[in-house]
Write a protein that binds this ligand. Structure first.
Ligand code: ADP
Ligand code: ZN
Ligand code: ZN
Length: 718
């Protein structure tokens, strides 16, 4: 190879913390950074991505076999982001690229956008009759199109039009197939913003074009979405694009509908799309055809031609964190992207995470507030119900039962929240106290009534319930505690004439089903909703006047240090479904521990008061956001192998400015037949944490019998 010939650095989808060097292809130009190439690797040929070029290499290099993209597929800012992600999350760069690219792109599919088209009959064709003679299918299609005026390609089937017939009509010149672009036509809002909304919009709009992160702290029903939409309207006027990250699209079809209505169009990216649809949407954002993208976690990694703002709705939500592979936080990546692109990022929530609060407090984020609900609705009133010594029925105490009856009799709706699916969390022998456990995990099995089964909620294992105790042979097996099925059973028996909807992962596999239930409830009239946290997700249910939280204690007592925060957020979010209509709302919280300081702070001084208490505790305990945290998790069929590996890791990590906790068994010590051990790494200064983790890069990632991972800023340490 001649001196100074370019060296092509290529990231390959392999779990290796480095890129690989290649010589330019023998024929054709040097591929651009961001382009895909096919290169020889081992005995095969692999699709990789060019991350950069240099001019010298110590090795004799093999040439690139084929350049797949004449121009960059991944724009420069995303190639830079990939390097940052690899460094920050200590993850192999090739695997980061793999996460960034849609499946089709990884497999080498051509990067061409599909054009959306409409079929439209040609107005006057003299010999139409003759052309349609003896072609009944074409005639039917022609008549149908004539009747409808025009039909989008994707809707042909829905209108009963045969595609082949339509194509034949086009070939005969009777029908035109016309390409169309999505029409972004922002409509003026009919809503008069409140002074707080107007202030927030003005502050964000003023920051357009600069790297400012805003915390939009707005109570439930304060009109945060209206603020987002007004900001986006300004961004569109300047010809730029907007990205809106939401926790779950499938659970909140209302959100997408509102954006589409306001802007004429809005693209979505979420998990229930085909690979082809995903790649197409991705390309259309990259080319600038799509102006507004609403997406879940991974949408933060989408390329844009000219992004103007990023909005992260419900920024506290755990679904923004990826729990496998590249363990990134989409919220934090959004902030990083905003800085890199010099655009504002808006983090919206009624219950901001302690991290975000702390960033606001230290002046890194600007704090904007919407402390009141819009449109004459007030926040619901809380009521703590002491259930010590009480006999519950389906998880419900007598007082709460009466309150439910009262609300239903008044023609109102009731939402019962219990964050546990199934019938009961424990099956117990009343003779010897044996409890049904999973054979493969160190957790109890949940009893399900329909169908009658014991199920593991961690690994999916299931078995029929035993008829007698496997330990002592007693037939007196009892179920203890209540899940959604049991609460549903009790409520259905007491209110046989009231429509009841159970919303949990067992009943609501499909988004359509949830949408149908919510639509039925929105129609009004007395109704009962029983469900898990799926009910906390931003739904607007104006008929709900009573929200009941059956078991607030479980979450506050869990060993995970983030559990109190998560529990407080859930309670406030689910409470936020109450009183969004004309009538005020009440929230009843049942507890065995009415003096719990977390609960008291939450009830007496709201989420911000809770966050203050929790902040003090975290500071004293040297936990995030007052320390940087990473966890190294090892899983192995043999307990000793994982521990031995983590002891080795601990030696490598040990150094200045870091504190190690463990290695020790994870709170759930065995899951799906794998023993789990973890090592926690804490540091005052983030750079010390990274310096320690950098030393781990030298450890060979392949370990016989041990699967291990690094999680920087973990959300879940169980
Ligand atoms: P949040 O996202 O803060 O919970 P939403 O944006 O969903 O609140 O707003 C709740 C409801 O209030 C929506 O139906 C919305 O259209 C309406 N709304 C928002 N802003 C105003 C306003 N300024 N005046 C009247 N209604 C409003
Ligand atoms: Zn027994
Ligand atoms: Zn299990």
């Amino acid at each position: 190879m001649p001196a100074n010939a370019p060296v092509i650095q290529v990231a390959l989808p392999r779990p290796l913390r480095r890129t690989f060097d290649y010589a330019p292809p023998e024929d054709g130009p040097v591929p651009m950074p961001g382009a895909r190439v096919r290169v020889p690797f081992g005995n095969s040929s692999v699709v990789g991505l060019v991350t950069g070029t240099s001019t010298t290499s110590a090795h004799e290099l093999k040439p690139v076999e084929q350049t797949l993209d004449a121009e960059a597929l991944l724009p420069e800012d995303l190639v830079d982001l990939a390097h940052w992600l690899a460094g920050y999350y200590h993850h192999p760069v090739g695997d980061v690229i793999k996460t960034l690219l849609p499946v089709k792109a990884r497999r080498g599919a051509r990067a061409v956008q599909t054009e959306e088209t409409v079929w439209r009959p040609v107005a006057q064709v003299a010999d139409a009759e003759a052309l349609l003679r003896r072609a009944p299918k074409q005639r039917a299609a022609f008549d149908r199109l004539g009747h409808l005026g025009e039909v989008a390609d994707a809707e042909l089937a829905a209108h009963g039009i045969d595609r082949q017939a339509a194509a034949a009509l086009a070939a005969k010149g009777l029908v035109d197939r016309i390409p169309i672009a999505p029409t972004y036509q922002p409509r003026a809002s009919t809503i008069e913003p409140t002074p707080d909304q107007a202030t927030a919009v003005a502050a964000i709009v003023e920051s357009l074009g600069s790297a400012t992160t805003h915390l939009l702290e707005g109570v439930t029903g304060s009109g945060k979405t209206e603020v987002y939409m007004r900001v986006i309207a300004e961004v569109l006027v300047s010809g730029r694009q907007a990205l809106v990250l939401v926790p779950e699209i499938a659970l909140t079809p209302q959100t997408t509908a509102r954006f589409t209505e306001r802007f004429g169009a809005a693209a979505t990216l979420h998990s229930v799309m085909t690979d082809t649809q995903r790649f197409d949407t991705w390309l259309k954002c990259a080319s600038g055809l799509h102006k507004v993208l609403i997406g879940t976690r991974s949408a933060v990694l989408t390329p844009f031609a000219d992004l103007g703002v990023i909005i992260v709705d419900e920024e506290h939500d755990g679904s923004f964190k990826q729990y496998e592979g590249l363990r990134y936080s989409a919220r934090d990546v959004a902030v990083k992207r905003g800085q890199a692109l010099s655009i504002p990022v808006v983090l919206g929530s009624a219950t901001p995470s302690l991290e975000t609060f702390e960033n606001a407090r230290r002046g890194r984020y600007r704090r904007l507030r919407l402390p009141e609900r819009v449109a004459d609705t007030s926040l619901p009133v809380y009521r703590v119900v002491d259930i010590r010594g009480e006999k519950l029925d389906g998880g419900l105490g007598a007082q709460l039962q009466r309150a439910i009856s009262r609300h239903l009799a008044a023609g109102d709706q009731v939402l019962v929240f219990i964050n546990r699916r199934g019938y009961a969390p424990v099956l117990l022998c009343s003779h010897c106290a044996w409890q049904a456990q999973c054979d493969h995990c160190d957790v109890k099995l949940t009893f399900h009534r329909t169908p009658r089964q014991l199920r593991c909620h961690h690994c999916g294992w299931r078995r029929p319930p035993p008829l007698q105790c496997p330990e002592c042979g007693s037939r007196e097996l009892v179920v203890v505690g209540a899940g959604t099925q049991r609460a549903e059973e009790t409520l259905a028996a007491r209110h046989p004439d009231v429509p009841l909807y159970r919303i949990d992962r067992d009943t609501t596999r499909s988004a359509r089903r949830l949408e149908a239930s919510l639509a039925a409830v929105a129609n009004g009239g007395p109704a009962i909703l029983v469900g898990t946290q799926m009910l906390a997700k931003g739904h607007h249910l104006p008929g709900v006047t009573l929200v009941a939280v059956l078991d607030a204690d479980g979450g506050f007592l869990s060993p995970d240090f983030r559990a109190p925060e998560r529990t407080a957020q859930l309670i406030v979010q689910v409470a936020g479904r109450a009183g969004r209509g004309e009538k005020p709302g009440e929230v009843w919280v049942q507890t065995y521990d009415p003096e719990n300081p977390n609960l008291r702070a939450l009830i007496e001084s709201g989420y911000a008061g809770f966050a203050d208490t929790e902040r003090t505790r975290r500071a004293a305990a040297f936990l995030p956001p007052f320390a940087s945290l990473a966890v190294v998790l090892a899983e192995s069929p043999r307990e000793s192998a994982g521990m031995a590996f983590l002891n080795e890791v601990a030696d490598v990590l040990n150094g200045d400015g870091v504190e190690l906790l463990g290695p020790a068994s994870a709170p759930i010590a065995r899951r799906a037949d794998r023993y789990r051990s973890q090592l926690l790494l804490l540091a005052h200064r983030r750079r010390d944490l990274h310096a320690a983790l950098d030393r781990l890069d030298a450890v060979d990632p392949r370990r016989s019998g041990v699967r291990w991972s690094i999680d920087v800023d973990p959300l879940d340490t169980s």
